[in-house]
Write a protein that binds this ligand. Structure first.
Ligand SMILES: Cc1cc2nc3c(=O)[nH]c(=O)nc-3n(C[C@H](O)[C@H](O)[C@H](O)COP(=O)(O)O)c2cc1C
Ligand code: SF4
Length: 485
């Protein structure tokens, strides 16, 4: 049995039905009109080089999505700072503009000029791999009197107070793990068990304290570069585990007027939007991606997200793309030497729901969130388009979401990854040829390990087909780098 045969059957439209559908009808999004309401949301494929430049692999990746002619294609989360961040795209300096310009040109060419291309711009704070216990206690832990005092309970007052710093560290390492953890402060336990991670509430760090002052300029600079590179617009990344989502989060307890109440939590996101708008002008599309629900204890819920969306829409945002979860707070403990990954806990599972999550399947699972947000934005008097996502994998589901008012555009990430041509196949009345995503998250597991993202469905028969050696392969040579035609 093919994996796709385990999925519930779907019905595909005829060419005429597709042509008359809402899904394949145009929609205005800020400064441009998208030819259809189909959307490929941001997906990081780990294909840039270590300096964050557009590579041949990046071009091939986006060119392949463009060939399926989605109405909108969003380029992956791209860093706004000029700091090394591994093989993730960057837009933190003008030297990145020529590569990005080539990317835009390729998308336009491969889609016959049909696909509108946005870039998702992101800020994230520092995060380190989980250290080995010996390294953390032996070197990184900043020793305090509190450690010495608590250690005295185990080794005696005299020995603890006479110990040099090196002896103290060595003594700590002899303790049973639970006793060692009891010596540490809450954040130190987390640094040891999960790896050091900065938060927006770490206001003792000057660069974190000053984020409300620095972020608007950084985002505005990045948006200006995106405009110069020829993008049709930018998507401000206000979702998942990153800086801007942390400002919106109910867990944001900053006391500088940028945390606590909803009005305070939206202050920096609004300032960023205003700075970007001022820089790029009214004739450039500026939207955002945000969370309909953080899905973590004490986190923001749909009522917060609806209020934020209405405020942002009234302040001139051109679209809201709705996602869910994907937080660090409930992520699985990483192995030693690995970094925590925000898509491994319950909130992560809601972000990219798998077939295993619920027996009935994850299909359209997050649409109630985009529906509630859309209603709140409309109630505030704005007709800002709302983008819905979450295991949308068929024409009927997409069309129903549009006609029932769940969203104004339909985003499909993994289904578009499994088969970038699926939009075109539906339009041509050839839905039966769609390679259907099986939602087991092989792709996401590669993302987690920072490996070039591919799809397990592309690899079938790949070795046999590649007798001539002409098929591009991943770095490890084991996987096909692009979807088969
Ligand atoms: C490999 C991979 C990388 C992703 N990278 C991003 C990203 O850079 N930014 C983002 O907002 N979402 C990212 N996502 C989440 C998707 O955009 C999407 O919201 C999620 O997969 C749910 O949609 P789907 O069910 O259609 O796949 C990523 C998803 C995958 C599978
Ligand atoms: S690898 Fe990802 S895109 Fe491919 S079938 Fe699995 S979940 Fe879908």
């Amino acid at each position: 049995m093919r994996p796709a045969d385990k999925l519930p059957p779907v019905r595909w439209p005829s060419r005429e039905e597709a042509r008359a559908s809402r899904l394949f009808s145009p929609i205005r999004i800020g400064s441009f009109t998208a030819a259809t309401r189909t959307w490929v949301p941001a997906m990081v494929p780990w294909r840039s080089d270590e300096e964050g430049f557009v590579t041949r692999d990046v071009l091939d990746w986006y060119g392949r999505f463009a060939a399926g002619r989605p109405g909108v294609l969003v380029v992956e989360a791209t860093g706004i700072r000029d700091v090394p961040s591994g093989p993730l795209l960057r837009i933190g300096d003008d030297r990145f503009v020529p590569g990005l310009r080539d990317l835009v040109a390729l998308v336009k060419e491969r889609s016959g000029g049909e696909t509108r291309v946005l870039i998702q711009i992101i800020d994230f704070l520092s995060i380190r791999r989980r250290p080995a216990k010996k390294a953390y206690i032996g070197r990184y832990l900043r020793l305090t009197d509190a450690h010495r005092e608590r250690l005295a309970q185990h080794v005696g007052e005299a020995r603890a107070s006479a110990a040099s710093e090196a002896e103290l560290r060595a003594l700590m390492l002899t303790l049973p793990h639970a006793d060692l953890l009891a010596l540490l402060a809450e954040r130190e336990v987390e640094d040891l068990e999960r790896g050091y991670r900065e938060r927006i509430t770490d206001v003792h760090l000057p660069h974190v304290r000053d984020l409300p002052q620095t972020l608007p300029g950084l985002f505005a600079d990045a948006a200006e570069r995106a405009r110069t590179a020829g993008f049709d617009g930018v998507e401000l990344h206000y979702a998942h585990a990153y800086t801007m989502a942390s400002f919106l989060s109910k867990l944001n307890t900053r006391t500088d007027g940028c945390g606590g109440t909803r009005e305070n939590r939206i202050r920096v996101p609004l300032a960023v939007l205003r700075a970007v708008r001022e820089r790029v002008g009214a004739d450039f599309t500026v939207g955002c991606r945000l969370l309909g629900d953080e899905v973590i204890d004490g986190g923001s819920r749909i009522d917060d997200a609806s209020w934020f969306s209405a405020e942002l829409a009234c302040a001139g945002l051109d679209f809201v793309s709705v996602s869910k979860g994907g937080k660090f707070e409930d992520a699985k403990q990483p192995k030693v030497g690995e970094a925590i990954y925000p898509y491994t806990g319950p909130s992560g599972h809601e972000c990219m729901p798998t077939i295993k999550l619920v027996p009935s399947g994850p299909f359209g699972r997050n649409l109630p969130l985009s529906r509630a947000i859309r209603e709140a934005v409309r109630a505030a008097g704005c007709d800002t388009p709302i983008v819905g996502a979450g295991a949308i994998n068929s024409f009927d589901l997409a069309e129903a979401a549009l006609t029932h008012g769940d969203c104004d555009l339909v985003a499909a990430a993994r289904q578009s990854l499994a088969d970038p041509d699926w939009w075109l196949k539906m339009r041509a009345g050839r839905g039966a040829d769609v390679r259907r995503c099986i939602y087991t998250n092989y792709c996401e597991a590669l993302d987690q390990r920072h490996l070039q993202v591919t799809c397990q469905l592309w690899d079938r028969d790949f070795e046999r087909e590649d007798e001539g050696g002409g098929i591009a392969r991943s770095h490890d040579g084991k996987r096909r780098l692009l979807p088969p035609p």
